[in-house]
Design a protein around this ligand. Structure first.
Ligand code: FES
Length: 165
């Protein structure tokens, strides 16, 4: 049975308001529910923050375009996504598994692997091995200011072929 760290907002700190407490309880409950969702896995269903607002990265378009194809930047702790560079440009892809919402791991040999029930996706997000039946969503990525850091908007899914070049 996985051990879950208590969410900071579940303390009795008088500085924590009711909304934060309820949100923390909801997140903890979802994580606990997912950890018991079957499949024989003993890996906790860890999820990064569920993003709702655009996230500013620490990557620029020019710098990322200069990297080898297949370069991946891990933004799971900031907004549950990855930035990826391929032969046609840059894209952002969610790290949230389409099966039950666990966070996939960093790519290994060009595949994202979900630790909960073993779903696998290719670097473009296509679902290769179930139980996930859908691909990982691609997200809007923009250069907010010319030459500035890239911004990813998790609330705006885009076509899998969309690229920033
Ligand atoms: S949550 Fe079940 S395979 Fe990812």
């Amino acid at each position: 049975m996985p051990i879950h760290e208590p969410h900071p907002s579940t303390s009795l700190d008088p500085g924590v308001d009711r909304r934060d407490f309820c949100l923390g309880s909801l997140v903890a409950g979802l994580a606990l529910a997912c950890s018991g969702c079957g499949g024989g896995s003993t890996v906790a269903a860890e999820s990064g923050p569920v993003p709702t607002l655009p996230v500013t990265t620490t990557d620029t378009r020019a710098a990322l375009l200069a990297t080898p194809d297949g370069t991946t930047r891990d933004y799971r702790n900031q907004g549950s996504f990855f930035l990826v560079k391929d032969a046609t440009g840059i894209y952002a892809i969610t790290a949230i598994c389409t099966h039950l919402g666990c966070t996939v791991g960093v790519p290994v040999s060009g595949h994202f692997l979900c630790p909960c029930h073993g779903s696998q996706y290719d670097l473009g997000g296509a679902n290769l091995v179930g139980p996930a039946a859908l691909p990982l969503a691609h997200l809007e990525v923009t250069e907010a200011t010319p030459g500035g850091f890239l911004t990813v908007n998790p609330a705006r899914p885009v076509a899998a072929a969309a690229r920033l070049s």
